[in-house]
Design a protein around this ligand. Structure first.
Ligand code: BGC
Length: 461
Protein backbone atom coordinates (compact mmCIF):
# COMPACT_ATOMS: atom_id res chain seq x y z
CA UNK A 1 0.00 0.00 0.00
CA UNK A 2 1.32 3.46 -0.83
CA UNK A 3 0.54 6.51 1.28
CA UNK A 4 -2.73 8.14 0.35
CA UNK A 5 -2.60 11.75 -0.68
CA UNK A 6 -5.23 14.05 0.76
CA UNK A 7 -4.63 16.51 -2.06
CA UNK A 8 -6.10 14.92 -5.17
CA UNK A 9 -4.08 15.89 -8.26
CA UNK A 10 -6.44 16.99 -11.04
CA UNK A 11 -9.45 17.51 -8.73
CA UNK A 12 -11.68 20.54 -9.25
CA UNK A 13 -11.79 23.05 -6.37
CA UNK A 14 -15.29 21.75 -5.49
CA UNK A 15 -14.06 18.17 -5.37
CA UNK A 16 -11.07 19.12 -3.24
CA UNK A 17 -13.25 21.13 -0.89
CA UNK A 18 -15.55 18.12 -0.32
CA UNK A 19 -12.54 15.86 0.18
CA UNK A 20 -11.05 18.29 2.72
CA UNK A 21 -14.28 18.21 4.63
CA UNK A 22 -14.22 14.40 4.74
CA UNK A 23 -10.61 14.43 5.92
CA UNK A 24 -11.60 16.77 8.72
CA UNK A 25 -14.53 14.58 9.76
CA UNK A 26 -12.75 11.24 9.59
CA UNK A 27 -9.24 11.95 10.85
CA UNK A 28 -9.43 12.21 14.60
CA UNK A 29 -6.88 14.05 16.68
CA UNK A 30 -5.27 12.38 19.69
CA UNK A 31 -6.99 14.84 21.98
CA UNK A 32 -10.40 13.85 20.58
CA UNK A 33 -9.50 10.19 21.08
CA UNK A 34 -8.35 10.98 24.62
CA UNK A 35 -11.80 12.34 25.48
CA UNK A 36 -13.48 9.24 24.10
CA UNK A 37 -11.12 7.01 26.11
CA UNK A 38 -12.20 8.73 29.32
CA UNK A 39 -15.87 8.11 28.55
CA UNK A 40 -15.11 4.52 27.54
CA UNK A 41 -13.48 3.95 30.93
CA UNK A 42 -16.51 5.44 32.71
CA UNK A 43 -18.82 3.11 30.79
CA UNK A 44 -16.65 0.11 31.63
CA UNK A 45 -16.79 0.96 35.35
CA UNK A 46 -20.54 1.40 35.12
CA UNK A 47 -20.93 -2.01 33.43
CA UNK A 48 -18.74 -3.70 36.05
CA UNK A 49 -20.84 -2.24 38.85
CA UNK A 50 -24.36 -2.78 37.47
CA UNK A 51 -26.30 -5.16 35.24
CA UNK A 52 -27.98 -3.93 32.07
CA UNK A 53 -25.64 -1.02 31.26
CA UNK A 54 -24.65 0.02 27.75
CA UNK A 55 -21.24 -1.67 27.90
CA UNK A 56 -22.41 -4.92 29.41
CA UNK A 57 -19.17 -6.26 30.96
CA UNK A 58 -20.59 -9.77 31.29
CA UNK A 59 -18.82 -12.10 33.78
CA UNK A 60 -17.80 -15.16 31.74
CA UNK A 61 -17.45 -17.65 34.61
CA UNK A 62 -13.96 -18.42 33.28
CA UNK A 63 -11.64 -18.00 36.25
CA UNK A 64 -8.61 -20.05 35.36
CA UNK A 65 -5.76 -19.90 32.91
CA UNK A 66 -4.45 -22.82 30.95
CA UNK A 67 -0.82 -23.64 31.74
CA UNK A 68 0.05 -24.81 28.24
CA UNK A 69 0.82 -28.27 29.55
CA UNK A 70 -2.74 -29.57 29.19
CA UNK A 71 -2.95 -32.40 26.68
CA UNK A 72 -5.70 -34.39 25.01
CA UNK A 73 -8.51 -34.02 22.48
CA UNK A 74 -11.55 -31.85 23.06
CA UNK A 75 -14.52 -30.76 20.95
CA UNK A 76 -16.02 -27.39 20.13
CA UNK A 77 -18.66 -25.72 17.99
CA UNK A 78 -17.96 -22.22 16.74
CA UNK A 79 -20.89 -20.20 15.46
CA UNK A 80 -19.95 -17.07 13.53
CA UNK A 81 -22.22 -14.87 11.41
CA UNK A 82 -22.20 -16.94 8.24
CA UNK A 83 -20.49 -20.19 9.12
CA UNK A 84 -20.50 -22.84 11.71
CA UNK A 85 -17.44 -24.93 12.47
CA UNK A 86 -17.35 -28.16 14.39
CA UNK A 87 -13.87 -28.89 15.67
CA UNK A 88 -11.83 -31.58 17.32
CA UNK A 89 -8.94 -29.83 19.03
CA UNK A 90 -5.85 -31.71 20.14
CA UNK A 91 -3.61 -30.01 22.69
CA UNK A 92 -0.06 -31.35 22.64
CA UNK A 93 0.89 -30.34 26.18
CA UNK A 94 3.56 -27.86 25.06
CA UNK A 95 1.40 -24.94 23.92
CA UNK A 96 0.86 -26.56 20.51
CA UNK A 97 -2.56 -27.23 19.02
CA UNK A 98 -3.82 -29.18 16.02
CA UNK A 99 -7.39 -29.03 14.85
CA UNK A 100 -9.58 -31.09 12.64
CA UNK A 101 -12.66 -29.21 11.61
CA UNK A 102 -15.61 -29.17 9.28
CA UNK A 103 -17.27 -25.99 8.08
CA UNK A 104 -21.00 -25.64 7.44
CA UNK A 105 -22.49 -22.55 5.73
CA UNK A 106 -25.60 -21.35 7.49
CA UNK A 107 -28.59 -21.81 5.20
CA UNK A 108 -31.19 -19.03 4.83
CA UNK A 109 -33.60 -21.21 6.79
CA UNK A 110 -31.07 -21.63 9.60
CA UNK A 111 -30.46 -17.87 9.72
CA UNK A 112 -34.13 -17.04 9.97
CA UNK A 113 -35.78 -20.03 11.68
CA UNK A 114 -34.06 -23.28 12.47
CA UNK A 115 -30.63 -22.20 13.72
CA UNK A 116 -30.32 -24.62 16.64
CA UNK A 117 -31.58 -27.64 14.67
CA UNK A 118 -29.05 -26.74 11.99
CA UNK A 119 -26.25 -26.68 14.58
CA UNK A 120 -27.33 -30.02 16.03
CA UNK A 121 -27.47 -31.59 12.55
CA UNK A 122 -24.00 -30.26 11.75
CA UNK A 123 -22.62 -31.82 14.94
CA UNK A 124 -24.30 -35.09 13.95
CA UNK A 125 -22.71 -35.00 10.48
CA UNK A 126 -19.28 -34.28 11.96
CA UNK A 127 -19.50 -37.16 14.43
CA UNK A 128 -21.08 -39.65 12.00
CA UNK A 129 -18.53 -38.90 9.25
CA UNK A 130 -15.78 -39.85 11.69
CA UNK A 131 -17.55 -42.72 13.39
CA UNK A 132 -17.48 -40.86 16.68
CA UNK A 133 -21.19 -40.91 17.55
CA UNK A 134 -21.57 -42.14 21.16
CA UNK A 135 -23.84 -45.14 21.58
CA UNK A 136 -26.17 -45.90 24.52
CA UNK A 137 -23.36 -47.18 26.74
CA UNK A 138 -20.86 -44.39 26.05
CA UNK A 139 -20.41 -41.24 28.10
CA UNK A 140 -21.87 -38.24 26.24
CA UNK A 141 -19.29 -36.24 24.28
CA UNK A 142 -18.66 -32.91 25.97
CA UNK A 143 -18.30 -29.82 23.78
CA UNK A 144 -17.46 -26.15 24.16
CA UNK A 145 -19.86 -23.82 22.33
CA UNK A 146 -18.54 -20.53 20.97
CA UNK A 147 -21.43 -18.17 20.45
CA UNK A 148 -20.40 -14.75 19.10
CA UNK A 149 -23.33 -12.71 20.36
CA UNK A 150 -24.10 -10.91 23.64
CA UNK A 151 -25.09 -13.39 26.32
CA UNK A 152 -25.67 -12.80 30.02
CA UNK A 153 -24.13 -15.98 31.36
CA UNK A 154 -25.79 -17.69 34.28
CA UNK A 155 -23.12 -20.38 34.65
CA UNK A 156 -20.17 -21.69 32.65
CA UNK A 157 -22.63 -23.57 30.44
CA UNK A 158 -25.80 -21.49 30.35
CA UNK A 159 -26.67 -17.96 29.35
CA UNK A 160 -29.45 -15.73 28.11
CA UNK A 161 -29.16 -14.06 24.70
CA UNK A 162 -29.61 -10.33 25.26
CA UNK A 163 -29.85 -9.32 21.58
CA UNK A 164 -28.69 -10.36 18.13
CA UNK A 165 -25.92 -8.34 16.50
CA UNK A 166 -24.18 -8.25 13.10
CA UNK A 167 -26.39 -9.87 10.45
CA UNK A 168 -28.14 -12.60 12.40
CA UNK A 169 -31.71 -12.17 13.59
CA UNK A 170 -33.38 -15.49 14.41
CA UNK A 171 -36.78 -14.95 16.05
CA UNK A 172 -37.63 -16.56 19.38
CA UNK A 173 -34.11 -16.63 20.84
CA UNK A 174 -33.62 -13.30 22.63
CA UNK A 175 -34.29 -13.75 26.34
CA UNK A 176 -33.69 -17.50 26.21
CA UNK A 177 -30.86 -19.77 27.28
CA UNK A 178 -28.97 -20.60 24.08
CA UNK A 179 -27.45 -23.76 25.56
CA UNK A 180 -30.94 -25.04 26.43
CA UNK A 181 -32.03 -24.31 22.84
CA UNK A 182 -29.10 -26.30 21.48
CA UNK A 183 -29.40 -29.09 24.03
CA UNK A 184 -33.10 -29.52 23.09
CA UNK A 185 -32.20 -29.70 19.40
CA UNK A 186 -29.56 -32.36 20.19
CA UNK A 187 -32.14 -34.31 22.15
CA UNK A 188 -34.50 -34.25 19.16
CA UNK A 189 -31.76 -36.04 17.22
CA UNK A 190 -31.01 -38.43 20.05
CA UNK A 191 -27.40 -37.26 20.03
CA UNK A 192 -25.44 -37.84 23.26
CA UNK A 193 -23.58 -34.54 23.36
CA UNK A 194 -23.32 -32.29 26.38
CA UNK A 195 -22.48 -28.62 26.05
CA UNK A 196 -20.08 -28.13 28.94
CA UNK A 197 -19.01 -24.53 28.25
CA UNK A 198 -20.64 -21.53 26.60
CA UNK A 199 -18.02 -19.11 25.37
CA UNK A 200 -17.98 -15.74 23.65
CA UNK A 201 -15.52 -15.69 20.71
CA UNK A 202 -13.37 -13.06 22.44
CA UNK A 203 -13.12 -15.22 25.55
CA UNK A 204 -12.13 -18.17 23.36
CA UNK A 205 -9.54 -16.03 21.59
CA UNK A 206 -8.07 -14.97 24.93
CA UNK A 207 -7.87 -18.53 26.25
CA UNK A 208 -6.29 -19.86 23.07
CA UNK A 209 -3.68 -17.07 23.27
CA UNK A 210 -3.14 -17.91 26.96
CA UNK A 211 -2.49 -21.57 26.14
CA UNK A 212 0.53 -20.44 24.11
CA UNK A 213 1.58 -17.40 26.06
CA UNK A 214 1.20 -16.96 29.84
CA UNK A 215 1.34 -13.17 29.42
CA UNK A 216 -2.01 -13.11 27.53
CA UNK A 217 -4.43 -10.75 29.27
CA UNK A 218 -6.79 -9.69 26.53
CA UNK A 219 -8.56 -11.28 23.55
CA UNK A 220 -10.05 -9.10 20.83
CA UNK A 221 -12.05 -9.61 17.64
CA UNK A 222 -11.74 -7.01 14.91
CA UNK A 223 -13.74 -8.80 12.25
CA UNK A 224 -17.31 -8.70 10.96
CA UNK A 225 -18.14 -7.45 14.45
CA UNK A 226 -15.93 -6.32 17.30
CA UNK A 227 -15.59 -7.05 20.99
CA UNK A 228 -12.99 -7.83 23.66
CA UNK A 229 -12.48 -9.89 26.79
CA UNK A 230 -9.88 -9.53 29.52
CA UNK A 231 -8.90 -10.94 32.91
CA UNK A 232 -10.32 -8.67 35.62
CA UNK A 233 -9.63 -8.75 39.33
CA UNK A 234 -12.80 -10.17 40.91
CA UNK A 235 -12.83 -7.33 43.47
CA UNK A 236 -13.30 -4.89 40.60
CA UNK A 237 -16.46 -6.62 39.36
CA UNK A 238 -18.85 -4.96 41.81
CA UNK A 239 -21.97 -6.65 40.42
CA UNK A 240 -20.54 -10.18 40.85
CA UNK A 241 -22.31 -11.87 43.74
CA UNK A 242 -21.28 -15.46 43.13
CA UNK A 243 -18.57 -17.34 45.00
CA UNK A 244 -15.11 -15.87 45.02
CA UNK A 245 -12.92 -17.78 42.55
CA UNK A 246 -9.74 -19.32 43.88
CA UNK A 247 -7.69 -17.45 41.29
CA UNK A 248 -9.15 -14.10 42.42
CA UNK A 249 -9.93 -13.15 38.81
CA UNK A 250 -12.46 -13.71 36.08
CA UNK A 251 -12.56 -13.11 32.35
CA UNK A 252 -15.03 -10.35 31.49
CA UNK A 253 -16.76 -10.33 28.11
CA UNK A 254 -16.98 -6.59 27.58
CA UNK A 255 -19.38 -6.40 24.62
CA UNK A 256 -17.64 -3.15 23.80
CA UNK A 257 -19.29 -2.89 20.37
CA UNK A 258 -22.25 -1.31 22.17
CA UNK A 259 -20.24 1.65 23.47
CA UNK A 260 -22.15 4.94 22.93
CA UNK A 261 -25.34 3.19 21.75
CA UNK A 262 -28.56 5.08 22.56
CA UNK A 263 -26.72 8.32 23.47
CA UNK A 264 -24.65 8.79 20.30
CA UNK A 265 -22.85 11.44 22.31
CA UNK A 266 -19.15 10.65 22.21
CA UNK A 267 -18.16 8.90 18.99
CA UNK A 268 -17.50 11.06 15.93
CA UNK A 269 -20.76 10.42 14.06
CA UNK A 270 -20.99 11.82 10.54
CA UNK A 271 -24.16 12.01 8.48
CA UNK A 272 -22.91 8.87 6.72
CA UNK A 273 -22.81 6.90 9.98
CA UNK A 274 -26.25 8.12 10.97
CA UNK A 275 -27.66 7.07 7.60
CA UNK A 276 -26.18 3.60 8.03
CA UNK A 277 -27.53 3.29 11.55
CA UNK A 278 -31.07 4.33 10.59
CA UNK A 279 -31.28 1.72 7.87
CA UNK A 280 -29.63 -1.07 9.85
CA UNK A 281 -31.61 -3.90 11.45
CA UNK A 282 -30.55 -2.63 14.89
CA UNK A 283 -30.81 1.19 14.92
CA UNK A 284 -29.20 3.00 17.89
CA UNK A 285 -27.39 -0.22 18.85
CA UNK A 286 -23.75 -1.31 18.49
CA UNK A 287 -22.60 2.23 17.76
CA UNK A 288 -18.87 1.56 18.23
CA UNK A 289 -19.06 -1.69 16.26
CA UNK A 290 -20.69 0.16 13.36
CA UNK A 291 -17.71 2.52 13.09
CA UNK A 292 -14.95 -0.05 13.25
CA UNK A 293 -15.97 -3.45 12.05
CA UNK A 294 -15.88 -5.18 8.70
CA UNK A 295 -19.60 -5.60 8.37
CA UNK A 296 -20.11 -1.84 8.15
CA UNK A 297 -17.10 -0.05 6.63
CA UNK A 298 -18.14 -0.76 3.04
CA UNK A 299 -21.57 0.67 3.71
CA UNK A 300 -20.17 3.83 5.30
CA UNK A 301 -17.99 4.28 2.20
CA UNK A 302 -21.04 3.73 -0.05
CA UNK A 303 -22.90 6.49 1.76
CA UNK A 304 -19.96 8.86 1.31
CA UNK A 305 -19.67 8.00 -2.38
CA UNK A 306 -23.37 8.60 -3.01
CA UNK A 307 -23.16 11.91 -1.15
CA UNK A 308 -20.38 12.96 -3.53
CA UNK A 309 -22.09 11.57 -6.65
CA UNK A 310 -25.30 13.40 -5.75
CA UNK A 311 -23.33 16.66 -5.79
CA UNK A 312 -21.83 15.66 -9.16
CA UNK A 313 -18.40 15.38 -7.55
CA UNK A 314 -17.93 11.70 -8.46
CA UNK A 315 -18.84 9.68 -11.55
CA UNK A 316 -20.16 12.80 -13.28
CA UNK A 317 -23.20 12.66 -11.00
CA UNK A 318 -24.19 9.11 -12.04
CA UNK A 319 -24.90 6.11 -9.88
CA UNK A 320 -26.04 2.58 -10.74
CA UNK A 321 -28.64 0.14 -9.52
CA UNK A 322 -25.89 -1.84 -7.84
CA UNK A 323 -24.38 1.15 -6.07
CA UNK A 324 -27.82 2.33 -4.98
CA UNK A 325 -28.45 -0.93 -3.15
CA UNK A 326 -27.48 -1.13 0.52
CA UNK A 327 -24.42 -3.25 1.35
CA UNK A 328 -23.28 -3.40 -2.30
CA UNK A 329 -19.78 -2.30 -1.31
CA UNK A 330 -18.14 -5.15 0.53
CA UNK A 331 -15.46 -4.03 2.95
CA UNK A 332 -12.96 -6.20 1.07
CA UNK A 333 -13.36 -3.90 -2.00
CA UNK A 334 -11.98 -1.09 0.13
CA UNK A 335 -8.98 -3.04 1.38
CA UNK A 336 -8.30 -4.19 -2.20
CA UNK A 337 -8.50 -0.56 -3.34
CA UNK A 338 -5.85 0.38 -0.81
CA UNK A 339 -3.52 -2.26 -2.24
CA UNK A 340 -3.82 -0.83 -5.76
CA UNK A 341 -0.44 0.72 -6.53
CA UNK A 342 -0.87 0.92 -10.33
CA UNK A 343 -0.53 4.33 -11.94
CA UNK A 344 -4.06 4.30 -13.38
CA UNK A 345 -5.58 2.57 -10.36
CA UNK A 346 -6.69 -0.36 -12.54
CA UNK A 347 -7.98 -2.52 -9.71
CA UNK A 348 -10.17 0.33 -8.47
CA UNK A 349 -11.38 0.92 -12.03
CA UNK A 350 -12.43 -2.71 -12.17
CA UNK A 351 -14.20 -2.53 -8.79
CA UNK A 352 -16.18 0.56 -9.71
CA UNK A 353 -16.89 -0.13 -13.37
CA UNK A 354 -17.34 -3.92 -13.33
CA UNK A 355 -18.51 -4.77 -9.84
CA UNK A 356 -20.46 -1.62 -9.09
CA UNK A 357 -21.60 -1.13 -12.73
CA UNK A 358 -20.68 2.55 -13.02
CA UNK A 359 -20.29 3.11 -16.76
CA UNK A 360 -17.13 5.18 -16.69
CA UNK A 361 -14.69 6.62 -14.17
CA UNK A 362 -11.99 9.24 -14.29
CA UNK A 363 -8.64 8.89 -12.56
CA UNK A 364 -9.80 11.53 -10.07
CA UNK A 365 -12.91 9.44 -9.27
CA UNK A 366 -10.66 6.49 -8.57
CA UNK A 367 -8.32 8.52 -6.38
CA UNK A 368 -11.28 9.79 -4.38
CA UNK A 369 -12.54 6.20 -3.97
CA UNK A 370 -9.17 5.21 -2.62
CA UNK A 371 -9.05 8.17 -0.28
CA UNK A 372 -12.50 7.31 1.11
CA UNK A 373 -11.29 3.75 1.79
CA UNK A 374 -8.22 5.12 3.56
CA UNK A 375 -10.23 7.53 5.71
CA UNK A 376 -12.84 4.98 6.75
CA UNK A 377 -10.07 2.47 7.61
CA UNK A 378 -7.85 4.89 9.47
CA UNK A 379 -10.74 6.11 11.58
CA UNK A 380 -11.65 2.47 12.34
CA UNK A 381 -8.11 1.54 13.39
CA UNK A 382 -7.64 4.61 15.58
CA UNK A 383 -11.01 4.18 17.22
CA UNK A 384 -10.19 0.51 17.78
CA UNK A 385 -7.19 1.64 19.79
CA UNK A 386 -9.33 3.52 22.29
CA UNK A 387 -10.91 0.28 23.52
CA UNK A 388 -7.46 -1.24 23.96
CA UNK A 389 -6.11 1.79 25.82
CA UNK A 390 -9.16 2.07 28.07
CA UNK A 391 -8.93 -1.62 28.97
CA UNK A 392 -5.18 -1.65 29.62
CA UNK A 393 -5.54 1.55 31.62
CA UNK A 394 -8.09 -0.22 33.79
CA UNK A 395 -5.37 -2.57 35.10
CA UNK A 396 -2.21 -0.45 35.13
CA UNK A 397 -0.48 -2.91 37.47
CA UNK A 398 -0.37 -5.41 34.59
CA UNK A 399 1.62 -3.04 32.43
CA UNK A 400 4.64 -3.38 34.72
CA UNK A 401 5.43 -6.68 33.01
CA UNK A 402 4.76 -8.35 29.66
CA UNK A 403 1.15 -8.12 28.49
CA UNK A 404 0.06 -10.03 25.42
CA UNK A 405 -3.08 -9.28 23.42
CA UNK A 406 -4.44 -12.03 21.14
CA UNK A 407 -6.44 -10.66 18.23
CA UNK A 408 -8.46 -12.34 15.51
CA UNK A 409 -10.73 -11.12 12.73
CA UNK A 410 -10.62 -10.02 9.13
CA UNK A 411 -9.97 -6.34 9.83
CA UNK A 412 -6.88 -7.14 11.88
CA UNK A 413 -5.68 -9.83 9.52
CA UNK A 414 -6.38 -8.30 6.12
CA UNK A 415 -6.93 -4.53 6.21
CA UNK A 416 -3.66 -2.94 5.02
CA UNK A 417 -1.73 -1.52 7.97
CA UNK A 418 -4.58 -1.92 10.44
CA UNK A 419 -2.25 -3.60 12.95
CA UNK A 420 0.31 -0.81 12.64
CA UNK A 421 -2.23 2.01 12.90
CA UNK A 422 -3.70 0.28 15.94
CA UNK A 423 -0.45 -0.19 17.82
CA UNK A 424 0.87 3.29 16.87
CA UNK A 425 -2.26 4.86 18.28
CA UNK A 426 -2.07 2.77 21.46
CA UNK A 427 1.54 3.92 21.89
CA UNK A 428 0.43 7.56 22.00
CA UNK A 429 -1.57 6.91 25.17
CA UNK A 430 0.81 4.79 27.23
CA UNK A 431 4.13 5.67 28.85
CA UNK A 432 7.00 4.33 26.68
CA UNK A 433 8.03 1.81 29.36
CA UNK A 434 4.44 0.56 29.55
CA UNK A 435 4.06 0.29 25.78
CA UNK A 436 7.35 -1.62 25.55
CA UNK A 437 5.70 -4.39 27.60
CA UNK A 438 2.70 -4.76 25.29
CA UNK A 439 2.66 -7.24 22.41
CA UNK A 440 -0.11 -7.82 19.88
CA UNK A 441 -0.46 -11.06 17.94
CA UNK A 442 -2.82 -12.76 15.55
CA UNK A 443 -4.71 -15.52 17.36
CA UNK A 444 -5.94 -17.15 14.15
CA UNK A 445 -9.15 -19.16 14.62
CA UNK A 446 -8.61 -18.83 18.36
CA UNK A 447 -12.30 -18.75 19.21
CA UNK A 448 -12.99 -22.45 18.51
CA UNK A 449 -9.73 -23.65 20.04
CA UNK A 450 -10.41 -21.50 23.11
CA UNK A 451 -13.87 -23.03 23.55
CA UNK A 452 -12.32 -26.51 23.54
CA UNK A 453 -9.76 -25.36 26.14
CA UNK A 454 -12.52 -23.93 28.33
CA UNK A 455 -14.54 -27.15 27.99
CA UNK A 456 -11.40 -28.99 29.11
CA UNK A 457 -10.87 -26.65 32.11
CA UNK A 458 -14.56 -27.01 33.03
CA UNK A 459 -14.30 -30.81 32.90
CA UNK A 460 -11.39 -30.69 35.39
CA UNK A 461 -13.55 -28.93 37.96
C1 BGC B 1 -21.03 -9.50 19.33
C2 BGC B 1 -19.97 -10.05 20.26
C3 BGC B 1 -18.87 -10.69 19.46
C4 BGC B 1 -18.33 -9.73 18.40
C5 BGC B 1 -17.23 -10.33 17.55
C6 BGC B 1 -20.40 -8.62 18.26
O1 BGC B 1 -21.37 -8.24 17.34
O2 BGC B 1 -21.97 -8.75 20.05
O3 BGC B 1 -20.53 -10.97 21.18
O4 BGC B 1 -17.83 -11.05 20.33
O5 BGC B 1 -19.39 -9.34 17.56
O6 BGC B 1 -17.64 -11.44 16.86
Amino acid sequence: MTAVDYKIAGATPEQQEAVDMLVKQFLLTDSRLGEIIKEFRRRMEDGLAHDGRVVRMFPSYVTRRPTGSEAGSYYAIDLGGTNLRVLKVTLDGAGGVTTEHQKFSLTEEAKTKTLFDFIAQSIETFLDDRNLRPTGQDEPISMGFTFSYPVQQTSINSGILSQWTKGLNVPGCVGRDVVRLLQDALLRLGLRVKISALVNDTVGTLLSAAYKNPAAQMGIIFGTGTNAAYYENIDNIGKWNGPRPESGEMVVNMEWGAFDSNDFAFLPFTQHDIKLDRKSINPRKQAYEKMISGMYLGEIARNVILWLADQRLMFGGCSSEVLNAMWSIDTSYLSNALEDTSEDLDEIKCIIEKTLSIAETTLVDRKIFRLIAALVGERAARLSAIGVVATLGKRPELLKKAVHIGIDGSMYEFWPNFDKMLSDTVSHFLAPEQFANVSFGLAKDGSGVGAAIIAMLASQE
